[in-house]
Design a protein around this ligand. Structure first.
Ligand code: HEM
Length: 544
């Protein structure tokens, strides 16, 4: 019988006191094994990279590439990878997470998922779960009948004359009584302002007037902190964290009321308190007189007049969801687009000149003699804003390069195949990169990275592009409901600002996109405003 002790490895250092080759054999074998494993992993990953566009590491999948991308510029990284993969690739996260999805920027796939096979690509469970505390059953977070009902009602409302009046009047008031005075103050004090912050305040007040019929008053001299706006912002920021946190982790944090989940809960309380107060006051107002219901055309009042399928009025919770969703949809999108637009103008002064010539020409066409060059007094009329086609082209060009919603996503209901041949299994998440689509040579030509409003014009008239190539406003049945209003709002604000001021970006100000659902500038946009000289205006008015 073998004595087990014969096999016992005891430290022995031979004659010289140094370990012999035989004694070091296990160590050397371990090292060899490790090197062999490393070589295998690298070769395997590189072969996978050829097939899938990114190295796939055992267990952690493509996570290292994603981390690299997030640290650099996620949208540029996505664009680079998609261009190398002919517009579609499958991202594989670590095996223990749900981070597996198909990412595409191929217009054929976009048309397929947004229109042709619309019902097979809802927002899905994953999105709904992550945002349900904040958005509830509102339009942004709903699919099927729940979505259809809100879409139909809101769509009728958005196209009504009453609603158009509400939006144009509230915008006029905000621009002339609030935005321009805040700008004037900065010119008077010779201070630098964060243009993004101010425009965010403008559109927040504007969309609250549309959704709730209430003005929260964020845009005022002194730029006050408004509890509701602050709570809303904190809630959206905390909710986004859920998209990059495994579901089990955030749901446990939610249960234990920890970290960002605690912030989310507290800020949703702030949002709810404001919504509940507005709903309570509006109910009281409507119960006192029928007149006010007829006069008001905000979304809250419209939905309050309606009944559900059982003939009952909508619950307060559902009314709250509807309003909060509309605020989210219309809050930051236009302001962020305008911010990128002004930054692009700073780089492209020839475009600014063309916009100004268009404005001067349109004012020059006024027949009633109101060609005021006093600046303050000039108020653009809706039919004039409509005529600003070059300005619309420049805004579309800004949205092409810097879409306010840079990426969006869907979930697959039944197994399917994309027009480009990508196989999709039930439950797969699909991400479409709108940012990438705006920078594809195949769609926009060799000059796709240049800011050229002319590409939107045919014989001087603005021509829109297919929603599956220019997807900044989404497409198909879920096309942005606020698109026409957003263009009006952006054109009105941009023309009113440009007519009066030259916007100069501060030297050395760093401009980078922030990683969020909406493409904010990470450090805002620090600018100085210079009032246009009367002589400049006079000269241009004469030229036109
Ligand atoms: C430049 C400005 C805007 C851009 C780029 C934009 C873009 C978008 C996009 C990409 C979507 C699809 C989001 C998704 O389903 O995940 C969307 C949906 C929507 N947008 Fe806009 N939007 C803008 C302004 C507005 C404004 C001002 C409003 C309202 C006042 C608005 C109301 C909506 C609504 C209600 C939806 C949901 C439509 C549905 O799901 O059926 N948007 N928008």
């Amino acid at each position: 019988m073998n004595n087990l002790s014969n096999f016992t490895v005891s430290p022995s250092f031979g004659n010289s006191g140094r370990p012999t080759f035989r004694e070091r054999l296990p160590e050397i074998q371990m090292l060899e094994l490790f090197v062999a494993l490393l070589v295998f992993v690298v070769i395997y990953s590189l072969r996978q990279e050829k097939r899938k566009g990114l190295p796939v590491w055992p267990v952690i999948g493509m996570l290292p590439s994603l981390i690299f991308g997030v640290r650099a510029n996620l949208y540029e990284w996505l664009t680079d990878t998609l261009n190398r993969q002919n517009g579609t690739f499958t991202f594989q996260g670590p095996w223990f997470t749900s981070l597996k999805c198909v990412i595409t920027s191929d217009p054929r796939n976009l048309e397929h998922l947004l229109k042709t096979k619309f019902s097979n690509y809802p927002k899905g469970e994953y999105f709904r779960n992550a945002l349900s505390d904040l958005l509830g059953n509102g339009i942004f977070n709903a699919d099927d009948e729940m979505w259809q009902q809100q879409r139909k009602t809101a769509s009728i409302e958005f196209h009504s004359a009453k609603f158009r009046n509400l939006t144009t009047e509230s915008l006029l008031e905000l621009v002339h009584a609030r935005l321009l005075p805040v700008f004037e103050e900065s010119v008077h004090n010779n201070t630098t302002i964060d243009l993004q912050n101010i425009l965010l305040r403008l559109t927040f007040d504007n969309v609250c007037m549309i959704a709730f019929g209430v003005d929260p008053g964020c845009l005022r001299p002194g730029l006050p902190v408004i509890a509701f706006a602050q709570a809303f912002e904190a809630a959206t920021e905390a909710a986004i964290i859920r998209f990059v946190t495994p579901t089990l982790v955030w749901s446990t944090m939610r249960y234990l009321n920890l970290g960002t989940e605690k912030t989310l809960k507290q800020s949703i309380k702030g949002v709810d308190a404001f919504a509940e107060e507005v709903i309570r006051a509006r109910k009281k107002e409507l119960s006192l007189t029928d007149d006010s219901a007829n006069q008001r055309s905000d979304l809250l009042t419209v939905f309050m007049r309606m009944k559900d399928e059982r003939g009952q009025p909508f619950s307060d919770k559902f009314l709250r969801d509807i309003c909060v969703n509309f605020i989210l949809a219309g809050r930051d999108t236009s302001s962020v687009a305008l911010t990128w637009f002004f930054w692009l103008l700073d780089w492209n002064p020839e475009v600014e000149e063309k916009i100004l010539s268009e404005i001067y020409r349109i004012i020059g066409e006024r027949e009633d003699g109101q060609k005021s060059i006093e600046g303050d007094a000039l108020i653009f009329r809706p039919e004039e804003v409509k005529k600003m086609e070059y300005l619309q082209a420049a805004l579309s060009e800004a949205l092409r390069l810097y879409p306010s919603v840079p990426v969006d996503h869907k979930e697959v209901i039944e197994d399917d195949v994309f027009p480009d041949g990508t196989i999709l299994k039930r439950g797969t998440k699909v991400i479409y990169s709108i940012y990438t689509m705006g920078r594809m040579e195949g769609i926009w030509g060799k000059d796709c990275l240049e800011f050229k409003p002319e590409r939107w014009l045919r014989d001087g008239r603005y021509m829109s592009e297919s929603a599956y190539k220019f997807t900044a406003f989404n497409g198909g049945p879920r096309l942005c409901l606020g698109r026409d209003f957003a263009y009006y709002q952006m054109k009105y604000a941009a023309a009113s600002i440009l007519y009066k001021y030259q916007v100069k970006v501060e030297e050395n100000h760093v401009v980078l996109p922030k990683l969020a659902l909406t493409m904010y500038m990470k450090h805002g946009l620090k600018v100085k405003l210079h009032r246009r000289q009367k002589s400049e205006l006079q000269k241009n008015m004469k030229n036109d």
